[in-house]
Design a protein around this ligand. Structure first.
Ligand SMILES: NC(=O)c1ccc[n+]([C@@H]2O[C@H](COP(=O)([O-])OP(=O)(O)OC[C@H]3O[C@@H](n4cnc5c(N)ncnc54)[C@H](OP(=O)(O)O)[C@@H]3O)[C@@H](O)[C@H]2O)c1
Length: 311
C-alpha cells in the first residue's frame, strides 16, 4: 500500500483512506452495519490504516462503529474525525468555538473508545470564530496529547492568509476532488503548496458514478442523499459528461484488469502528489475494488486521455 506522511503523525498513513459517511447509516440508502464492519476489517487486512469519520455522520453512529470495530487494532491505525457541526433541537449550526471544541472532542473520544485522535479536523470554518482562537485551541489539545495532528476541510484560497501563520501545525485539508469534480483543482494545489499540507480528497468516486455501475437511468430513493439535485453528478449535463468519463475509464480498467473505481483512485494519486484518497465504502467488495488502485500504474497516454475527457 502506498503511504503518505502527515505532519504530527508518528507513522505513515495509507494513501487510500476508508470514508465513514455510510457508517453513519443515514442518507446513503440501504446500509448494513455488519457489512460496514466487515469492510473496515478487510480494509485493515489489505493494508489500509487510515479511517475518516466525523461526529456528524449519523450523529455519532459512524464514530461508534469505527471505535468498536477497530478497537483491537487501535495502535496500528490512524483515525481522522471532524468537529464543527453542532446539532441542537433539530437545527444545524457550524461552530468552531473553543467551548464547543471541548464538548465535541470529549464526545468523539468516548464514541471512538480511545484517548487520542490521530487527525482532528475542522469540518468547515464557521466564519465567526477567529482563526487564531480556533488554531490555538487545537494546538493546546495537540500539546496535551488528545490529538496528534490537525486538519481542516472544505477550504477555499481566501482562507489561506489567515491560516499561513499556523502552517507548521496544519497536516492536511479535505476538499472535493475527482475526475467528475475538478472545479477546485487549482485551489487545492495552491492550498497544498501554501500550507505544505496533504490534500485529502472526498467525493473521489463522484459519490459512486465513477465506479461504472450507474447509467443514464440512475435513480435513488428518498432515503439516499443522492436523490437531491445538489448531488449534481447524477443529473442533467453533468451526468452525461460523467458517463462519457466512465466510458473512457472502462478500457483502461480492462487493460489493467482492475475495476473502474480503481482508475478513479489511481488518477487522483497521480495528479495530486502526496494526496490521500478517501472513498466511502459500504462492503468488503467495494473496499477491495478501490484498493486495486495500488496494483498498477497509469501510462502517460492513459492519464492524458482521462485528463482530456474530464477537463
Ligand atoms: N469533509 C467533508 O465535508 C466531506 C464531505 C463528503 C465526504 N467526506 C468523506 O469522504 C468520504 C467519501 O466521499 P463521498 O461520501 O462523497 O463519496 P465517494 O467516495 O465518492 O462515493 C462513495 C459511494 O460510492 C459507492 N462505492 C464505493 N466504492 C464502490 C465500488 N468499488 N464499487 C461500486 N460502488 C462503490 C458507495 O455507494 P453505493 O454503493 O450506494 O453507490 C459509496 O457510498 C465520506 O465517507 C467521508 O468520509 C467528507
Amino acid at each position: 500500500m502506498e503511504k503518505s506522511k502527515l505532519k504530527g503523525m508518528p507513522f505513515e498513513v495509507s494513501r487510500l483512506c476508508m470514508g465513514g459517511c455510510p457508517a453513519g447509516e443515514y442518507g446513503w440508502g440501504n446500509v448494513s452495519r455488519e457489512e460496514i464492519e466487515h469492510a473496515m476489517l478487510h480494509a485493515v487486512e489489505m493494508g489500509v490504516n487510515f479511517f475518516d469519520t466525523a461526529d456528524a455522520y449519523g450523529l455519532g453512529r459512524s464514530e461508534e462503529t469505527l471505535g468498536e470495530t477497530l478497537h483491537a487494532c487501535r495502535n496500528r491505525i490512524a483515525i481522522a474525525t471532524k468537529f464543527g457541526v453542532r446539532v441542537e433541537n433539530g437545527k444545524t449550526f457550524w461552530d468552531n468555538s473553543p467551548t464547543y471544541i471541548e464538548r465535541a472532542l470529549a464526545a468523539s473520544l468516548k464514541r471512538l473508545h480511545t484517548d487520542y485522535i490521530d487527525l482532528y479536523q475542522v469540518h468547515n470554518l464557521d466564519g465567526v470564530t477567529p482563526i487564531p482562537q480556533l488554531m490555538e485551541a487545537l494546538i493546546a489539545h495537540q500539546q496535551k496529547g488528545d490529538i496528534r495532528a490537525i486538519g481542516l476541510s472544505n477550504l477555499s484560497p481566501g482562507d489561506l492568509p489567515a491560516l499561513l501563520p499556523y502552517r507548521e501545525y496544519i497536516a492536511s485539508f479535505q476538499n472535493h476532488f475527482s475526475l467528475a469534480h475538478r472545479d477546485d483543482e487549482a485551489a487545492i494545489r495552491d492550498i497544498a503548496a501554501g500550507l505544505a499540507a496533504a490534500p485529502l480528497t472526498w467525493g473521489s468516486l463522484g459519490q459512486g458514478i465513477l465506479t461504472g455501475k450507474y447509467g443514464a437511468d440512475v435513480h435513488f430513493g428518498a432515503d439516499d442523499r443522492r436523490s437531491r439535485a445538489v448531488y449534481d453528478n447524477f443529473y442533467g449535463e453533468k451526468l452525461q459528461k460523467n458517463l462519457r468519463i466512465v466510458e473512457a475509464m472502462r478500457p483502461i480498467a480492462a487493460a489493467h484488469g482492475v475495476p473502474v473505481s480503481a482508475i478513479a483512485v489511481r488518477w487522483i494519486w497521480d495528479e495530486l502528489p502526496g494526496s490521500v484518497v478517501i472513498t466511502g465504502v459500504k462492503s468488503p467488495e467495494q473496499a477491495e475494488a478501490n484498493a486495486a488502485a495500488m496494483t498498477f500504474e497509469l501510462t502517460a497516454a492513459e492519464r492524458a486521455a482521462l485528463n482530456e475527457v474530464s477537463r
